[in-house]
Ligand binder design. Structure first.
Ligand code: 5GP
Ligand code: ZN
Length: 111
């Protein structure tokens, strides 16, 4: 079973910020910036190309809600919203996920 499937199943602990029957969002273990979050479908799909469109819509709707919430509550001034496809593009976990990386005006070198 993949590492994110284990997180969905609770076999690996995570700091959850949102959960419903299809979608889970949790903090990235390696925070690029404060609030760095991963939004995933509970069902396993390899990446953005592989995921069913209906599931993609659900994941993106949650990502948008969280992005709005973070802009209000984390006092970030921008955000990177991205998904890596395949190793050559930096994908390291092969369970589709969207990164939300809040950006702050000060002391935040974009990486
Ligand atoms: P990718 O490189 O595939 O786009 O992103 C995978 C992300 O998953 C990385 O940012 C990495 O820090 C995060 N990650 C890997 N293993 C775990 C884990 O066990 N728990 C959490 N919360 N994040 C993880
Ligand atoms: Zn998986």
């Amino acid at each position: 079973m993949c590492i994110f499937c284990k997180i969905v199943d609770g076999e690996i602990p995570s700091y959850k910020v949102y959960e419903d029957s299809d979608v889970l969002a949790f903090l990235d273990i390696s925070q690029v910036t404060k609030g760095h979050t991963l939004v995933i479908p509970k069902k396993h799909y390899e990446n953005f190309i592989d995921v069913e469109p209906e599931t993609l819509q659900k994941v993106m709707a949650v990502a948008q809600d969280l992005a709005k919430d973070y802009m209000d509550k984390l006092s970030c001034t921008g955000m990177n919203i991205l998904s890596n496809v395949n190793e050559v593009a930096g994908q390291s976990v092969f369970h589709f996920h969207v990164h939300l990386i809040p950006r702050y005006a000060e002391n935040d070198d974009v990486v």
